[in-house]
Write a protein that binds this ligand. Structure first.
Ligand SMILES: Cc1ncc(COP(=O)(O)O)c(C=O)c1O
Length: 397
């Protein structure tokens, strides 16, 4: 077994309880959600899905006393962001009955899960403004403040932390500015959910989008939205169909969670995510954050010795995650990743689905070698990685 240093792509390994819960559902449960009678198996499914909603509402401190109805399950954060952005844009377009419709702000550090839906909407009449970030990936809150002095927007969407450089944004200050300007803030928490504490109410988020398979330690194919009720009421569902409820209606129900959850959900995935949340609550998010911080400090200390290495983003662990983008002079990051994988180290080279972020960090088009640490990594693995780099690069680095 190799050494896994690609946790920003998906966390690995998962807690054993995740696979156990999924296997139990498939082997012993297996009933669909709200599409049976009240058999024991039907109720089991209903129970763990509801339990998972409750846990997510508590985990993110959801609205209306952590009401589980304001949690929507999706296949991943990409789907969650599309549901929010396309659905809200449709609402604005209907209300204004005109093009251009929605006016939206984002940052230059976004993943394509944000950029591509926005560029698609822009091609259909939405006005998009991309706020420039600093060369270390940080969005200065003053840049947003200044923009809002002269222009009015309907929505701001941005990531809490970069999947390329690990740069963490000052989301508290940004949320304050958005609230003051009555601007809906939608947060991409792909890299931070399960690693940093998130509180939707405190940040007054219109929607928090999450993916289940990274820091939340769940299986692939899970994710969702935590909604602010007034915002959810405005968003048009972009997918409609059977919900196992209101079966007399040929129109999509307005009630949550049904409004945004048509079709059979990923029940084995939700069973796994539910078990992952139990594990996260047991370990404690502060312990996870501290562990990743201490691993990050150790990694940074070790890579200082390479004279030809360039690290993107923040140069110490203040304001960053243990997600590191590095480059060596005169060594292609793709070739390096290949050589590392031959020695048993899993990393990710290239552009990480984030061309705009790499442009901001001055690593476009070559990209970088991304090393992303997780809770289950250890110091010994970092030592071995450094040894491997020395072996590949030779004494001159
Ligand atoms: C910041 C960010 N946003 C969105 C995504 C998309 O996640 P998913 O593939 O789970 O939808 C990722 C995944 O790498 C990410 O890092």
């Amino acid at each position: 077994m190799g050494i896994y240093l690609n946790n920003a792509a998906t966390s690995w390994p998962k807690p054993a309880e995740v696979a156990e819960a999924m296997s139990k559902f498939l082997l012993q449960g297996g009933a669909n959600l709200a599409r049976g009678a009240n058999s024991e198996r039907d109720l089991e499914t209903l129970n763990f899905v509801l339990d998972c909603r409750f846990k997510l509402a508590e985990f993110f401190n959801g609205y209306e006393d952590q009401d589980p109805r304001y949690i929507t399950f999706c296949a991943n954060i990409t789907e969650a962001l599309n549901i929010v952005l396309r659905g809200y844009s449709d609402y604005i377009a209907q209300r204004r009955k005109a093009v251009p419709g929605m006016k939206v702000l984002t940052s230059s550090m976004e993943h394509n899960a944000v950029m591509r839906p926005l560029r698609f909407l822009e091609q259909h009449g939405v006005i998009l403004k991309v706020l420039p970030c600093e060369p270390d990936g940080f969005l200065k809150p003053e840049v947003l403040e200044r923009e809002l002095k002269f222009n009015k927007y309907d929505l701001m969407v941005m990531s809490h932390a970069s999947n390329v450089s690990g740069t963490v944004q000052d989301i508290e200050r940004i949320a304050e500015i958005c609230k003051l300007n009555k601007l809906n803030l939608v947060l991409d928490t792909a890299q931070t959910a399960g690693v940093l504490k998130l509180d939707v109410k405190k940040l007054n988020l219109a929607a928090l989008c999450f993916t289940g398979h990274k820091g939340l330690m769940g299986p692939q194919g899970t994710g969702g939205v935590v909604w602010r009720p007034d915002f959810a009421a405005q968003v048009t569902p972009i997918i409609s169909g059977g919900t196992g409820s209101f079966s007399h209606l040929e129109y999509q129900p307005e009630d949550l969670p049904d409004k945004f959850e048509s079709g059979t959900p990923n029940l084995p995935g939700i069973a796994g995510l539910n078990a992952a949340l139990t594990w996260l609550n047991k370990v404690g998010i502060d312990n996870i954050k501290n562990r990743e911080h201490e691993l990050g400090e150790y990694f940074l200390n070790k890579i200082k010795n390479f004279k030809n290495l360039k690290l993107s983003g923040k140069q110490d662990m203040t304001g960053r995650l243990a997600v590191f983008s590095i480059n060596f002079d005169n060594y292609d990051n793709g070739v390096l990743a290949d050589e590392l994988s031959r020695l048993g180290f899993e990393t990710r080279p290239g552009l990480h689905c984030s061309p705009s972020a790499h442009k901001t960090l001055n690593t476009f088009p070559a990209g970088s070698l991304r090393v992303s640490l997780g809770y289950f990594n250890n110091f010994n693995e970092i030592d071995k990685f450094i040894e491997a780099l020395n072996k590949i690069l030779g004494a001159d680095n």
